[in-house]
Design a protein around this ligand. Structure first.
Ligand SMILES: C[S@@+](CC[C@H](N)C(=O)[O-])C[C@H]1O[C@@H](n2cnc3c(N)ncnc32)[C@H](O)[C@@H]1O
Length: 304
């Protein structure tokens, strides 16, 4: 594990939740610094296997020399496809620790952090073409408004979008400092919090984080063997809501539209955590980045 790359959050809680069988096949959807993967490997025997996904090539440097691990440098939205490539049709457990790693925030040139000046990049997968600068430069006022409202919960998202559209005609807004300077006059409340919300919205959009999460969640029921579990750690309410609803009902809708069609028995997952597990005070003190973490666990039912 590379602690300077990322400190794992809810490590024991999430890995214990998987009830690891020494000869099982497990998936870590978000390898990062490898903290969770290492804890899974420690519980696996010689015949066990771990498939670790990470769409960021930088994560590759943290892979331990271990014949039981297969690294897949791709988006977890293609979970089933890549598992099939390795002749894996069903698995004994799936873990995902969503979002970005500390490495992303600490490397100035990746463009995720409001603490540094750098190009507005924010791509986890640097093979993809869309950057945060492209979003700022090319999205319509309405698209920007919706994005800041929905993904960042920015209070004056309409004014924010309008200001960007006006200013980008006369000046470049492609760097972190340029964007922060341009928005100086419209910041509401605490500037650090305001820019954190603006950056969160851009990051979610650039990486299509909610789209990838939805696609991954839908692959959990067919992939899990009966009686086996998925453990997902989220860091904001938009992600947590998707996981909560999908685990409860097998759909992303807030409420069941027609109880006869969406009957509970159609859901192949059983919720293990009625309320999400949150980090202890001790963990939050030791690792402030764990503050907003929520762990939800579901189990594939034996028979539907
Ligand atoms: C919070 S970190 C995981 C840290 C890891 N559990 C550890 O202990 O070090 C999330 C990681 O998942 C990767 N990631 C995020 N979304 C992804 C996606 N849709 N597909 C593949 N990897 C993703 C990021 O690049 C990042 O390295």
């Amino acid at each position: 594990m590379n602690q300077s790359y990322h400190t794992p959050v809810l490590l024991k809680e999430s890995v214990d939740a998987l009830m690891i069988k020494p000869n099982g096949i497990y998936v870590d959807c978000t390898f990062g610094g490898g903290g969770h993967s290492r804890a899974i490997l420690e519980k696996l025997g010689d015949d066990g296997r771990l498939v670790a996904f990470d769409q960021d090539e930088d994560a590759r440097r943290n892979i331990p020399k271990d014949p039981r691990i297969i690294f897949v440098p791709h988006n977890f939205r293609h979970l089933q496809r890549f598992l099939k490539l390795h002749n894996i049709i069903t698995v004994d457990g799936i873990l995902a620790d969503l979002g970005v790693s500390s490495h992303h925030f600490d490397e100035a040139e990746r463009g995720f952090s409001t603490r540094f000046d750098a190009p507005l990049d924010m791509r986890m997968d640097q093979r993809q073409p869309l950057t945060a600068a492209d979003v700022i430069t090319n999205y319509s006022g309405q698209q920007l408004h919706k994005m800041f409202e929905q993904y960042g919960e920015v209070t004056n998202s309409k004014t924010l979008a309008k200001t960007i559209v006006e200013l980008r005609n006369t000046q470049s807004l492609k760097s972190i400092d340029a964007l922060k300077q341009a928005l100086r006059g419209i910041v509401k409340g605490n500037p650090n919090r305001y820019f954190a919300q603006v950056f969160q919205a851009l990051r979610i959009e650039v990486n299509d984080e909610l789209g990838a999460l939805k696609e991954m969640l839908q692959q959990i029921p067919p992939l899990l063997k009966p009686g086996c579990r998925a453990a997902i750690i989220t860091f904001h309410s938009l992600e947590d809501r998707l996981v909560k609803n999908f685990f409860r009902r097998g759909t992303f809708q807030e409420t069941e539209e027609n109880p006869f069609i969406m009957s509970k028995s159609m859901n192949e997952l059983k919720v293990i955590t009625k309320k999400p597990i949150e980090p202890s005070d001790e963990e939050m003190k030791r690792n402030p980045r764990a503050r907003s973490a929520k762990l939800r666990i579901a189990e594939k039912v034996m028979m539907v």
